[in-house]
Write a protein that binds this ligand. Structure first.
Ligand code: NI
Length: 185
């Protein structure tokens, strides 16, 4: 089932989401629906608050671009990107490298706005899977950026918050307009 994607201005996008305590039928259904919704919207990632659920859960799929990372290690082993896509995770933790890189970002909850965002290049993400495993994912490129963007959502942070102040001021009217349009459907 394709879910409504909540738009900028909805308070759920500003919440610090709750940890997932139980993986039950309703959570599995939510994950299926989030994956379907992400594909339908041509998104690279989708976090639970974007469909109105304040849980630390997100999905990512960067398989359209298998060359988008220069390395990927899972639990210390070199791993093929496509083998872990789509990536579904709960209760993530994130560590960053020192180097930073700018890259273009958009967000399904902020339709029509894209901007260069400066973020750490390398990440080490500790992710829990739905079947109770822990994956340690080390990578760069688009997967690093997507992990940072989606995990920000779980903390109520949006990519526009990471823009320089002048860019935020320049976007103010467009953001106000999105907020005034409600769900954006
Ligand atoms: Ni987003």
């Amino acid at each position: 089932m394709i879910l409504d994607i909540v738009q900028y201005g909805h308070p759920v996008l500003r919440q610090r989401c709750r940890p997932v305590e139980t993986v039950d039928e309703s959570l599995l259904k939510l994950v299926d629906d989030m994956l379907e919704t992400m594909v339908d919207a041509n998104g690279v990632g989708l976090a639970a608050p974007q469909v109105g659920v304040d849980l630390r859960l997100a999905v990512i799929d960067v398989s359209h671009d298998p060359e988008c990372v220069s390395y990927l290690r899972v639990d210390g082993e070199d791993t093929d990107l496509l083998s872990i896509m789509p990536l579904v995770f709960i209760n993530p933790e994130l560590e960053f490298g020192d180097e930073k890189e700018s890259g273009m970002e958009g967000c399904l909850s902020i339709r029509g706005i894209r901007s260069e965002v400066r973020r750490p290049l390398d990440v080490k993400a500790t992710l829990r899977t739905l079947d109770g495993r822990t994956l340690v994912v080390e990578t760069d490129g688009l997967l690093s950026r997507a992990l940072q963007h989606e995990i920000d959502h779980l903390n109520g942070v949006l990519f526009i918050d990471r823009l320089p102040a002048a860019s935020q001021v320049a976007l103010r009217n467009r953001l106000r307009k999105i907020a005034s349009q409600g769900s954006g459907n």
